[in-house]
Ligand binder design. Structure first.
Ligand code: MRU
Length: 365
């Protein structure tokens, strides 16, 4: 049988040759090209240019990235090694500002070697390697778990609208927002999925529709401004979107245009669900106003996907990559530890309690 995009790992690690392996997502859907990277500059560029993208995948890539970068450190003792490691970590952390998974993963990498003065530089590198692999493996588990919880919110035959790509191409496997759909399809269920094309970088048209279509899901691409009509037609029973950072009150940053979908869904009485791992929840910020929004080059809007330029030279362009959906518009937040419902200031704390209990249980084994 021909290989499908679902058979390729979005982000992987060649343990034998120490390479980060990613699909170059800027070439999809026409060309599937794998990149094998080990230089920190190349990994930085891959994240910045969205060759690897989606909050969880960025976290995994950065974890392997900082481990690979640590192999370039020439240090004789712990202090020297740790100081160099911090520089490399800060460098990779500056690749994209909104998805908190990037900082979460890099902080976990730092914590794995913090105060390990008893270790040689080679032993520290081994600890980093093991932590990156752990982050990667947990990502696969958490997607599956989000998928299972998400599946309880829909039924066979439902129409689902999604924005951007929070599927397998944004994570290590299955995705977050698309995980319930992939899992359901594997169990013989059928859904009708509408993928917003997601201007300006077209993650919905190029990526979501590609992975869903290849996985046998009934998929229809719509321009972003068509979401209202498909909702009005009664074709959408739920909206599933991913997230890049969720504040303690449930405000959720995701790809630009997500908040507009949520406003439309409220108008038409359609439940709007945000699906993401706890690594995307930033309890250190009270509301979405504190989430930094990435601004990207204007060329992405005016010419990047066109044969000819589609706006006059010199015209001003506003190109925020994300927006924040107000928590009042969100019906539920689906995590790997369960489904949080409003009020999120309470329910998200409960999710973290469940996570701590699960970790405690694991440690007790
Ligand atoms: O700019 P991108 O393509 O990295 O943006 C991706 C999104 O907004 C996703 O919805 C989000 O990261 C969740 S991915 C599981």
């Amino acid at each position: 049988m021909a290989k499908s995009i679902m058979d390729y790992p979005t982000v992987d690690f060649d343990r034998e040759n120490n390479k980060l392996v990613i699909i170059d997502q800027t070439k999809l859907p026409e060309t599937i090209e794998m990149l094998r990277l080990d230089k920190q500059e190349d990994i930085f560029e891959a994240i910045y240019l969205l060759k690897v993208r989606g909050a969880p995948a960025i976290g995994v890539a950065a974890a392997y990235g900082v481990y690979l970068a640590s192999r370039e450190i020439d240090a004789v003792d712990y202090d020297e090694f740790f100081a160099e490691f911090k520089k490399k970590k800060d460098y990779l952390a500056s690749s994209r500002p909104t998805a908190v998974n990037l900082f979460w993963a890099l902080n976990r990498m730092e914590a794995s070697i913090a105060d390990r003065r008893d270790k040689t530089p080679d032993e520290l590198r081994e600890l980093l390697r093991a932590e990156a692999i752990a982050i990667h493996e947990e990502d696969i588990w958490m997607c599956k778990s989000i998928g299972e919880y998400g599946l309880t919110l829909i039924k066979d035959g439902d129409g689902i609208l999604t924005h951007c790509n929070a599927g397998q191409l944004a994570t290590s496997k299955y995705g977050t927002a698309l995980a319930p759909i992939h899992l359901g399809v594997e169990r013989g269920m059928q859904f009708k999925v509408f993928t917003d094309e997601t201007r300006p970088l077209l993650q919905g048209a190029r990526l979501s529709s590609f992975e869903l279509h290849e996985h046998g899901v009934d998929t229809t691409v719509i321009c972003d401004n068509m979401a209202s009509i498909v909702m009005k037609n009664g074709w959408v029973q739920a909206c599933f979107v991913g997230c890049d950072r969720i504040a303690a009150n449930g405000d959720a940053a995701n790809k630009i245009g997500t908040s507009g979908v949520a406003i439309l869904a409220k108008h038409y009485g359609i439940p709007f669900y945000v699906l993401g791992p706890t690594s995307t929840i930033d309890m250190s910020i009270a509301t979405g106003d504190e989430i930094p929004i990435e601004q990207r080059p204007g060329e992405e809007v005016t010419e990047m996907w066109y044969k000819l330029r589609m706006a006059p030279r010199g015209v001003k362009v506003y190109n925020p990559a994300f927006d924040v959906t107000d928590h009042e518009l969100i019906s539920a937040i689906v995590t790997e530890y369960g489904i949080a419902r409003p009020p999120y200031s309470e329910s998200l704390k409960e999710i973290f309690k469940k996570k701590a209990q699960a970790r405690q249980g694991d440690l007790g084994k």
